[in-house]
Design a protein around this ligand. Structure first.
Ligand SMILES: [Zn+2]
Length: 655
């Protein structure tokens, strides 16, 4: 599952210190005590700034003041959020949690300030970017309950604090889930040698696997034993445990109560009113169209997998039942047989270092920039840092980190972390980090896509030239934020750009035209199952966001109505951290963003490396951040109204 983590939801909404800064801003590093000290000092300074801002009459220079405050908060909060996910020292990660809680409280206090609300309301924007900032701030105030009567406002604040506490507990239960699954050596049949060699063994010589994706997914795809896959599947689908079901139920109850304070019928209505989709009906309608488009395809794909299983096991088709733990395994068999695509072998084509070079080469050609590696002190010796320079003038624009390989206690997924937002008026340059858990030797095609995806988020951050920090980079609406990253995945799939691998790695084996066509066909295979699942996740999220009930009961009913049904004893919602965090009433956003992502590819169709189109895209979309309405930016770039045609072709395997 690809994730893009935004700054602490709300920090994104803030911005700016007129920066007296060195040419190259970096992430500050702390020990646990130092982190707490920096956190408390940062909060105290921000509170003093807020008090000074509240003391001023009239609108004055509220936008510039807000920019300075936002930068001040971001400079302390964002690095600590990053370190809470990547610092090798557990004491530092632990110290970050109470600090992040303090930032949540600070943020609620800020956006509940009536005095600041009045100053922002009274402000007359001098230009369109100020007008957009004003609108965004007012929405932030409204979301935080500034205009509620005092008792309700206090209740809203208590709910925000509690939601952050519950989210942390939910994520901790997943991160610290000690479950291990033990497999006899014979049960490793089918697994690549390198995978087997990398696993821990117990005293009896059995393999002991945890619940992380880099261990789980390859096993579900390649392990020959259905019984072994079943055991692993059942364990993984209990991740987070019963405790998380209770937490999730409480989280959605509190969200419903929050919406009620505003007189809104549901959390979905509350959360959607400031997104592109705007209201639950629009989302339901979109999800209905997705379901109609893929339901038939899903059924026929599943039937084909069942036939494959019957052939494999030599059982009569009528007696063969396809189980959830069979899906990836038989899909992989068909992909290898029919399309002759062997993902494990692809790692030789895409050595990890070269895949990174390739990704960066594409971005440099397209966007007219240069990346220069610089040795800096980071949180771990594996971490690399790059300056981003203007390709023509060599002017310093921004920087980014790459933290690519797994290690104990590190964030388990792949994500881009914004560290500093841009602000043109404060001459502030952006900074971001890309965090993944790649195989050191090489990537398969899915991992190459993940690399491009997250790098797309990084580019959205570091090529930002927004006026004001709160509207910089990925501070766009949450149902748009995935569009630039999903779009960039396409450069992992097309023949023309992939030919650049000959430049970055002359000694590697190279994909032929036929290889790439077969890979495209293999990828198209399975879209029905993939998008039916995405539809289910999004619909489940909407169901709880509309009418909170015990999550497992709702899930049993919804998953039970799908062709493969619900597997007794599994607790999927206990591990669904998206909806415990700020993706709630927002999971549909992955597909919503993809509509625009695929549409925005159309100007690149003729030449995927055309620097003129790349530069136009950089100016129209990447550099703007959230300082313009998303639809206006997309329309400007396309020169026409957006269309969902490419998306529906994609999900039905026709593209
Ligand atoms: Zn993403």
């Amino acid at each position: 599952m690809k994730r893009h983590l935004r700054i602490l939801a709300a920090l994104a909404a803030l911005a700016a210190v007129p920066c007296v800064q060195a040419a190259r801003p970096l992430v500050p590093l702390y020990d646990a005590a130092g982190l707490t000290k920096a956190c408390d000092a940062g909060i105290a300074k921000a509170r003093a700034m807020i008090a000074a801002m509240e003391a001023k009459p009239g609108p004055g220079a509220i936008f510039a003041e807000w920019n300075r405050l936002s930068i001040r908060i971001e400079d302390v909060g964002n690095p600590i959020y990053l370190l809470s996910n990547v610092d090798p020292d557990k004491a530092v990660r632990d110290a970050a949690e109470p600090c992040l809680q303090k930032f949540t409280t600070l943020n609620t206090d800020l956006f509940q300030s009536e005095k600041l609300y009045r100053r922002v309301q009274a402000a007359h924007p001098a230009n369109a970017h100020q007008a957009k900032l004003r609108k965004d701030l007012i929405e932030g105030f409204e979301d935080s309950g500034v205009s509620l009567p005092p008792a309700k406002r206090a209740r809203a604040k208590a709910i925000f604090d509690k939601l952050e506490e519950l989210r942390q507990a939910f994520d901790r239960n997943i991160r610290d889930d000690p479950t291990k699954v033990v497999f006899a050596p014979a049960e490793m049949e089918g697994m690549p040698e390198a995978y087997v060699a990398a696993q821990k063994k117990d005293a009896d010589g059995n393999y002991v696997l945890g619940l992380d994706y880099p261990q789980f997914i390859p096993f579900m795809t390649r392990a020959k034993s259905g019984a072994a896959r079943e055991r692993y599947y059942r364990a993984k689908l209990r991740e987070g445990g019963e405790a998380n079901l209770a937490l999730l139920e409480r989280i959605f109850e509190l969200r419903k109560e929050l919406a009620g304070l505003y007189g809104l019928p549901s959390f979905a209505a509350y959360a959607l009113r400031h997104k592109m989709a705007h209201d639950p009906r629009t989302v339901e309608k979109f999800l209905g169209e997705v379901h109609d488009a893929v339901a038939g395809l899903e059924k026929s794909e599943l039937e084909e997998l069942r036939e494959e299983k019957a052939r494999d096991l030599g059982t009569p088709l009528a007696d063969t039942k396809l189980e959830r733990w069979d899906v990836s395994y038989y899909q992989d068999r068909i992909r290898r047989e029919r399309f002759a695509v062997d993902e494990e072998k692809l790692r030789r084509y895409f050595p990890t270092d070269k895949a990174i070079e390739y990704t960066m080469l594409v971005a440099q050609r397209l966007y007219g920039v240069k990346f220069r590696e610089v040795k800096v002190r980071a949180w771990h010796p594996d971490v690399r840092y790059f300056d981003v320079l203007d390709g023509r003038t060599g002017r310093f624009l921004s920087g980014f980190y790459l933290d690519l390989y797994p290690r104990e206690g590190k964030y388990h997924h792949a994500a881009a972390f914004p560290i500093r937002g841009a602000s043109r008026i404060a001459r502030r340059t952006p900074l971001a980090a890309l965090v993944t858990n790649f195989n050191r030797e090489g990537l398969d095609s899915g991992e190459l896509e993940t690399m491009m995806h997250e790098f797309g988020h990084v580019m959205h951050n570091v090529l930002s030239e927004a006026d004001y920090d709160p509207d910089a980079g990925t501070a766009v609406k949450m149902d748009f934020v995935e569009a630039p990253s999903q779009m960039f995945e396409e450069w992992a799939r097309r023949e023309q750009p992939l030919a650049l691998f000959r430049e970055v790695c002359p000694g590697c084996p190279h994909l032929t035209h036929d290889d790439i066509e077969r890979m495209r066909a293999a990828r198209r295979y399975g879209q029905g199952i993939r998008y039916a699942r995405q539809w289910l996740y999004a619909s489940f999220d909407m169901a709880l966001s509309t009418d909170p009930r015990p999550p497992l009961a709702v899930w049993k009913k919804m998953e039970g109505a799908t062709p493969l049904g619900y597997v007794d004893g599994t607790l999927f919602p206990a591990g669904f951290s998206h909806i415990a965090s700020n993706y709630a009433a927002g999971y549909y956003g992955y597909m919503w963003s993809q509509v625009l992502a695929l549409d925005m590819l159309s100007p690149f169709r003729k030449d995927m490396l055309d620097p003129k189109v790349g530069l136009r895209y950089r100016k129209a979309i990447l550099s703007q951040g959230g300082q313009r309405e998303e639809m206006d930016m997309v329309r400007d770039f396309l020169g026409r109204e957006p269309s969902n045609e490419a998306f529906f072709e994609e999900i039905t395997g026709k593209r």
